[in-house]
Design a binder for this molecule. Structure first.
Ligand SMILES: [Zn+2]
Length: 73
């Protein structure tokens, strides 16, 4: 009792949605926002699983998905 708990400044981590490779032997993972459209692992092209990873915030303002001007073709 009486031990002063020092509030050590930990780097703030945010629970970030990520996708990681289903293959246990493959350590590839990407942030959800960087997931390729085909949702394939960048390393082994296998399927990926949605997960959560605690990452330091990027500090960048969240960009909205590009308003891609669809050219009618
Ligand atoms: Zn993989």
């Amino acid at each position: 009792m009486g031990s002063t708990e020092e509030a050590t400044e930990k780097p703030l981590l945010e629970a970030t949605p990520i996708y990681r490779c289903k293959d246990a032997g493959c350590k590839a993972w990407v942030r959800e926002e960087y997931l390729p459209e085909d949702k394939a692992c960048p390393l082994c092209k296998g399927p990926m699983l949605k997960s959560i990873k605690h990452l330091p915030p990027t500090g960048k303002p969240k960009k909205k998905a590009k308003a891609t001007a669809k050219t009618s073709r």
